[in-house]
Design a binder for this molecule. Structure first.
Ligand SMILES: [Zn+2]
Ligand SMILES: [Zn+2]
Length: 87
């Protein structure tokens, strides 16, 4: 396998990513992201972090999950910051 799955480039320095039991080959990270990153279920933004998940669905942020009716996810905790005890 010497061809990028996304753009078709024949390249000597391809790398592979295993995802959900399948191996995919790419010539650059941009192609890997384009081919494999999920998209937000509300705004369609590519999710290159881990996003937030509601059941089998994934969103870029808690706002987008709420717009789609999933009320359990938050971007912020309601607790106040407590620095770790360093004694
Ligand atoms: Zn490519
Ligand atoms: Zn979104």
């Amino acid at each position: 396998m010497d061809q990028c799955k996304n753009c078709g480039n024949h390249y000597s320095k391809l790398f592979s990513i295993e995802m959900f039991g399948q191996t995919h080959h790419f010539d650059c990270f941009e192609c890997a992201i384009t081919a494999l990153a999920p998209r937000c279920g509300h705004c369609n933004t590519l999710i290159i972090g881990h996003g937030v998940e509601a059941g089998d669905l994934i969103y870029c942020c808690a706002h987008c999950s709420r717009v789609e009716g999933h009320m359990g996810l938050q971007d912020h905790s309601t607790s106040t910051f407590a620095p770790p005890d360093i004694r």
